[in-house]
Design a protein around this ligand. Structure first.
Ligand SMILES: [Fe+2]
Ligand SMILES: [Fe+2]
Length: 289
């Protein structure tokens, strides 16, 4: 049955389907609601999420991560002003019902506006606004499994706390003695900066912004999809004491990402001047992708 082109396959109707699935896994009111309202394993959407994770867990190998870093960390694809890059991200069109789904820019503005409404520092607001810009990887032809999905360390054993752990059975790294032990190529509490995470929009945007934003912002960007750590604490043996301290910020950020969706779309033209100012305060005039 194996399709020779399955690596290129992107089963989700759009990237939001993954985030909707995370929301169902970690609902705002706790697990009780999850049971009552969301246990619908037969939906086509759930099937596409399963297929998405099957591909993600099979192909996110140590070598995949090194290859993607070698390619994308050259930042030689495009260069443009930041606001224009946000609009470029927004060209990621999806085939879902436009009446119910927010576009990328709307999700980012809602996240940022919720952070702003709670009186957080302006760099935190800016982080909310840009946190998913790395999804432009899709526009560079990357399949969904190399752009979104829960992220996790590669180069060591995969935790069974990662969603759909059974799909790691098809990942060749589990047969590689360098990578298939608890610590793999790492050591006890070596710090996440030494750890290669599965490739996706989180690491990519971290690498783009690492010289410009305060450290808590960089942790939020880099680890916002690392649910097996920030929700399940599956990799405490790799985090340094400093990582643990910084993950308090990741925890602070996560609810804004997941639970700020309101049906009322933000008015982009009204908000643009404020965000243009924030961008100018912290970031260079253009972004190299
Ligand atoms: Fe994200
Ligand atoms: Fe997001």
């Amino acid at each position: 049955m194996e399709n020779i082109n399955e690596k290129d396959h992107s089963p989700l109707a759009n990237l939001d389907v993954w985030e909707d699935d995370v929301l169902q896994r970690y609902p705002e009111e706790g697990p009780a609601k999850k049971k009552e309202e969301f246990r619908n394993y037969d939906s086509p959407e759930r099937d596409s999420v399963r297929e998405f994770y099957r591909l993600n867990h099979k192909y996110q190998t140590y070598d995949n991560v090194l290859a993607k870093k070698a390619n994308f960390l050259k930042f030689d694809k495009k260069e443009m002003p930041w606001w224009q890059a946000m609009e470029y991200l927004n060209t990621l069109v999806d085939d879902s019902d436009p009446d119910i789904s927010l576009d990328q820019l709307q999700h980012l503005l809602q996240t940022a506006e919720a952070i702003r409404a709670d009186g957080h520092p302006d760099w935190f607001v800016l982080t909310g606004f840009i946190h998913d810009l790395g999804k432009v990887l899709c526009l560079f032809g990357e399949p969904q499994w190399n752009v979104v999905g829960d992220t996790f360390p590669v180069g060591c054993a995969f935790s069974d706390k990662i969603v759909y752990p059974e799909f790691f059975a098809a990942n060749p790294d589990i047969h590689d003695e360098r990578f298939n032990t608890k610590y793999g190529v790492y050591s006890h509490q070596c710090g996440l900066d030494k750890v290669n995470m599965s490739w996706g929009h989180d690491e990519y945007l971290y690498q783009i912004t690492k010289d410009y934003l305060p450290e808590p912002a960089l942790y939020m960007i880099r680890y916002h999809s690392f649910y097996s750590q920030h929700r399940e604490h599956a990799y405490d043996h790799l985090l340094s004491a400093h990582d643990q301290e910084m993950f308090k910020w990741v925890d602070k950020f996560n609810p804004y990402d997941l639970y700020s969706k309101s049906p009322k779309p933000p008015v982009v033209s009204e908000l643009k001047p404020y965000y243009e100012d924030l961008i100018a305060k912290y970031l260079p005039a253009t972004v190299k992708l």
